[in-house]
Design a binder for this molecule. Sequence first.
Ligand code: NCD
Length: 297
Amino acid sequence: MDLISVDDLSDPLLEELLRRAGHWATHEPDAATRHLTGRQVVTAFFEHSTRTLMSFEIAARRLGGSVTRLPVEMSSVAKGETLRDTALTLDAMAPDAFVIRHPEPGAAREVAGWMATPVINAGDGAGEHPSQGLLDVATIRRHVGHIEGLVVAICGDIRHSRVANSTAKLLTRLGAEVRLAGPARLMPEGHDGPDGIDEAIGGADVVMMLRVQRERLSEDLGDAPGEYLARYGLTGERLSLAKPDAKVMHPGPMNRGVEIEDAVADGERSLIRAQVAMGVATRMAILEMVTGEARAR
Ligand code: NCD
């Protein structure tokens, strides 16, 4: 199977993935459970990445698999080869999974249509980022204990965020109340209400901040240094509006001093590094799932 959107997951599959992610967060694979032994995972990232790329590759290796990374800058993409021909070429090499990040929303879905290899969407422009959605939910489950009934504020650059798309869908599906808030210019089309950051954070159990994706903005925000943090960022003062034991999350990379203050990012309520750790465990679960299916074909 492919994993392109969190909507592709049935309830039992979602539950199994989260359970398995929780398992790998606390267990080391052994000879019997290195389920990717003899399997080949190809990664192709057409956009920058640290966490997602590295954790997919580390996850594959922890499960005994091999990883081959398409060096995009050195590939025939630079000679003008289309995405379709690139996908068909890699498919002909018969890997067991193909992990792709691409700037165009919908690109991963298109690629999955061209390839017999199971395709995992590692982020398609402002579309979806299912592995991040899953790791966010798995992190909350592990560190808060449950999802149902929680109030989760997702704040910042919602408009450009594939993370907000995937994470909000999963949280809502699992019974959380999701509050989206950000500067009007960074909210999705059609959302022209007040920014409401303080209202969103008020009484929240989890506050998830998002990076201002300046590379996707056609013009600069025009904010003075410190202005964004003061108006929309997560400062210690703003965090005090949330529940006293509220957790802080951020998918990374952080713009420190912009959407989040250092003391909050590094504070004891921060789950930011726990998210990274859960990222490896979650991607192990995803790779097991898609390659397990491949084996059955
Ligand atoms: C995010 C992404 O690339 O969508 N990062 C990530 O995968 N952890 C968020 C971002 O780039 O701001």
